[in-house]
Design a protein around this ligand. Structure first.
Ligand SMILES: [Zn+2]
Length: 473
């Protein structure tokens, strides 16, 4: 039998604000446990939250980027639950009046374009982090009160590949908008997966299971591949899928049943009495809308139009905002956008992959690469040697001309010096000389190669060619 798959993702994104959502504690990662805390984010009784307006701005900005409708009036609610990561015994979240509704994310999978609808985006506080040791457990409250945006998709995703593409596209937009660092290792982006399968001829969705707290895109893909196969196998054997929460065991590569699903009413949502509703004016929303940065798809179009880049190259550069920013800087500084993209697409990407680093970690500055491009253009250095200089700049930084001079890699354009190499090559290769004079034009290329070798690759090839032709008559 054929089956249809429906997947919805609830993506939690930590917002890039300077301070936490209800207090002035810094919103940073990596401090000593329980040092970025105060009575408010520790949940002491009697403390009062004060809303960080920037968290609202970043959530609304996300909504605008994703084409959502922005609620002019939204409010916060208490979501009751009991767990050591939340001593208040409730999390402040948004229930029936979230900041954003609707919208969508475009994905492109195996050449098929599709829009994944967004159900809603709401703002809430992140909770503390539990750590389990051999003899004890600990709770770190540095993360408690970090502004957390939850983006809930409709169950429009139909495969693990589509879910992966959705997360990649979403991350790209969030990075472009400066909404979050989207650093998965630091837990900036985590998601819960809802997944169900049903016979292809059935219109109502099948019973869904939820896989909680995924913090890598690869994990999302693997767990979904497993879960889809598992559910189909259960149905094939005549069994039923139970609505439940499952945990992904990355090592074993399986999902395991954790607990049966709590229903929304178990959380006993009720309006947060300590916070005023959020009222947004049209003016405020419009001013935020006008400040939306250029999105990846637009930027790709612009790069092809403005710099004449091939679609593919523009797509690769745009996929990483920092890479595209770097490229545009080099293109502007060098005045050679095509050459700049060639360097980015070949040497730069090769070394970034080889060393496993991000563009921000490479030591070569946009100015240094622009200077190197200018040197090649002015024939001060040939391409082979320029690549050597690039490798040094990538590791150590510095000035390309100085490096080329120190290493003796500057191109030789001195006619006398080149003529010396030419005469050497002619004397050493009488057969090729005879072949050339006998009409074999290919012999000339061989002789050019010999001269280049004698000069250790530094001779200016066009001067070499002219000198050889002159000598050979
Ligand atoms: Zn605090």
């Amino acid at each position: 039998m054929d089956y249809k798959v429906s997947i919805g993702l609830e993506t939690h994104v930590q917002l890039k604000t300077r301070s936490k959502i209800w207090c002035g504690c810094p919103n940073v990662f990596g401090s000593e446990p329980n040092t970025d805390v105060c009575p408010i984010c520790l949940g002491y009784p009697g403390t009062m939250p004060v809303l960080n307006r920037e968290a609202v701005h970043l959530t609304v900005l996300t909504g605008l980027m994703l084409g959502c409708e922005i609620n002019r009036y939204s409010k916060f609610d208490r979501k009751s639950y009991f767990y050591p990561d939340m001593p208040k015994n409730y999390q402040i979240s948004q229930y029936d009046r979230p900041l954003c509704l609707g919208g969508g994310v475009d994905i492109d999978v195996h050449g098929v374009r599709k829009t994944i609808r967004i159900h809603r985006i709401h703002l809430e506080e992140d909770v503390a982090k539990n750590s389990h040791f051999e003899q004890s457990s600990g709770v770190d409250f540095n993360r408690a009160g970090t502004p957390l945006m939850e983006i809930v998709s409709e169950p429009d995703l139909e495969s693990a590949d589509e879910a992966f593409a959705f997360l990649v596209a979403l991350k790209q937009m969030l990075l472009y908008g400066g909404v979050s660092d989207c650093n998965l290792e630091q837990g900036n982006m985590r998601c819960d997966i809802n997944c169900s399968v049903r016979p292809a001829d059935q219109s109502t969705l099948g019973t869904k299971t939820e896989i909680k707290n995924m913090n890598t895109f690869k994990g999302v893909h693997r767990s979904l591949s497993y879960e889809i196969k598992r559910q189909i196998e259960v149905l094939e054997k005549g069994g039923t899928i139970h609505q439940e929460t499952r945990r992904w065991d990355d090592e074993a590569g399986v999902t395991r049943s954790m607990r049966t699903k709590e229903y929304a009413h178990d959380y006993r949502y009720f309006p947060e009495p300590d916070l005023m509703p959020v009222v947004l004016s049209d003016d405020e929303i419009e001013s935020w809308r006008s400040a939306i940065p250029e999105m990846p798809a637009k930027r790709r179009e612009r790069l092809t139009a403005e710099y004449g880049l091939p679609e593919y190259d523009a797509g690769v550069l745009v996929a990483d905002k920092a890479l595209a920013d770097y490229y545009e800087e080099v293109a502007r500084l060098s005045g050679h956008p095509k050459a700049a993209s060639n360097w980015m697409m070949t040497e730069m990407r090769r070394l970034l992959t080889e060393k496993g680093v991000e563009i921000g970690q490479a030591m070569i500055s946009p100015q240094a690469l622009a200077d190197l491009i200018t040197m090649v253009h002015k024939k001060m250095i040939n391409m082979t040697m320029a690549k050597e200089v690039f490798a040094i700049l990538f590791e150590q930084g510095g000035d390309p001309e100085q490096i080329a001079k120190d290493k003796g890699w500057m191109q030789v354009s001195d006619a006398d010096e080149i003529m010396g190499y030419v005469r050497e090559a002619i004397a050493a290769n009488p057969k090729s000389v005879a072949d050339y004079r006998g009409g074999k034009k290919a012999a000339l290329q061989f002789l050019v190669g010999q001269v280049m070798r004698a000069s250790k690759g530094k001779a200016n090839p066009s001067i070499v060619l002219a000198a050889l032709q002159k000598e050979l008559g």
